[in-house]
Ligand binder design. Structure first.
Ligand code: NAD
Length: 372
């Protein structure tokens, strides 16, 4: 199969779908890999690095799309790329079709076979192609807190570390999932007093087993949350907030009980979601203030750690990519029900229920599309 790896065009997106090690694995299986010129530069990989592992370097995205059976990407397809897509082409990337109506139109019209990373799950009901990015976002979110607590970057001048003779900084993390545990790992390693809240006691128990004694675990209820809000220096929101919920966990009014110039790091970044005052920000303008509380709400934290993120994303996606390339997409989808859950488009039909409902469009199941 011919696998095409275009350069990502989203602003501040420095990741690329595959690192040179991944290219070697694909080439060794007898497939051809086409990489757009400079596609890996943002992650620290040169064209020569890719060529050395057997890739062919191609000048433009247009040519990559024209020559490839499968497009291996990170972010969704942007309007300037719609015209490049070819009927029957396989697109394997984060698609988020429910949030991008125009892209959904284009994928249906072009009869694309679209498989979305974010919907591929596993036997435990987890999302293995989201997990590595969440862990990086949690860790990166703590590093952002370390930065934006500094006076010179607009913070209140607290060093988020245990220092002899003075009060140890307090960090509250809501959500003991992938990003929450990632954040807690670094925050606790710096010696901070860390509190992790979750509504799922199994998640709290699992987190307790991997985190050190300076982390406390609390059930997430209103009283515990308010107690934490009053004393915390940093609040990190690491929960997956259902899109349909109209209420908030931390309302604008509740900011008044927090310490002046405390910092909220909203990893989940659901605008008007768990944190009412959250609005997405970018790496070049990451913070803003509401009622004396600093907010950091960057929605693509992993991009700041592009080399690490590219490598871990590639490690996670590569086994699925190889299954598709080795077996052919139809057989791979029929054989692997977890991969099949990611099927969003097939031969001009939408196959993702969530997008069908949200955009009020007709949809069929992946099984119906594949005739199984
Ligand atoms: N900003 C970024 O760059 C970035 C990058 C990756 C992921 N994310 C986002 O981070 C969020 C978290 O992802 P994750 O993989 O860590 O999710 P996860 O599913 O692993 O963990 C979420 C946790 O939140 C808990 N939870 C749910 N409701 C709660 C409540 N009311 N109080 C306390 N805990 C509650 C769940 O029990 C679960 O343990 C997602 O929205 C994801 O899209 C953001």
């Amino acid at each position: 199969m011919k696998i095409g790896i275009p350069k990502e065009i989203k602003p501040y997106e420095y990741r690329v779908a595959c690192d040179p090690n991944g290219v070697k694995e694909i080439v060794n299986k007898g497939h051809k890999v086409l990489v757009e010129r400079n596609a890996g530069i943002g992650s620290g990989f040169t064209d020569e690095d890719y060529k050395a592992q057997g890739a062919e370097i191609i000048d433009t995205a247009r040519e990559i799309f024209a020559k490839s059976d499968l497009i291996y990407k990170v972010k969704e397809i942007f309007p300037e790329e719609f015209a490049y897509m070819r009927e029957g082409q396989i697109i394997f990337t984060y698609i988020h079709s429910n949030a991008h109506r125009e892209q959904t139109d284009a994928m249906i019209e072009k009869k694309i076979i679209g498989i979305a990373y974010e919907d591929v799950d596993d036997k435990d009901g987890e999302f293995p192609l989201l997990k590595p990015m969440s862990i990086i976002a949690g860790k990166g979110g703590f590093l952002a807190a370390l930065n934006f607590m500094q006076k010179i970057y607009g913070g209140n001048g607290i060093l988020l570390s245990k220092i002899d003779g003075i009060r140890t900084p307090e960090i509250t993390i809501i959500g003991a999932g992938n990003s929450g545990v990632g954040a807690a790992e670094l925050a606790s390693a710096f010696g901070n007093k860390v509190t992790v809240l979750d509504i799922d006691v199994n998640k709290l128990e699992a987190a307790r087993k991997v985190l050190p004694p300076n982390v406390e675990f609390l059930y997430s209820n209103r009283n515990n949350l308010e107690m934490c809000l009053k004393r915390t220096d940093v609040l990190m929101n690491c929960i997956l907030w259902p899109k349909w919920r109209k209420d908030h966990l931390v309302s604008k009014d509740m900011l008044t009980i927090m310490k002046n110039r405390a910092l909220i790091v909203d990893i989940a970044c659901d605008e008007g979601g768990a944190i009412e005052t959250c609005k997405s920000t970018t790496h070049d303008d990451p913070i803003y203030e509401v009622n004396g509380i600093i907010h950091y709400c960057v929605d693509n934290i992993p991009s700041a750690f592009s080399q690490t993120a590219t490598q871990t994303l590639c490690n996670a996606t590569l086994p699925y990519l190889l299954e598709i390339a080795d077996k052919g997409v139809e057989k791979a989808l029929k054989d692997n029900k977890y991969l099949r859950r990611g099927l969003s488009f097939y031969n001009g039909k939408l196959t993702l229920k969530e997008t069908g409902r949200k955009q009020e469009r007709p949809y069929i199941t992946p099984e119906e599309a594949l005739g199984i």
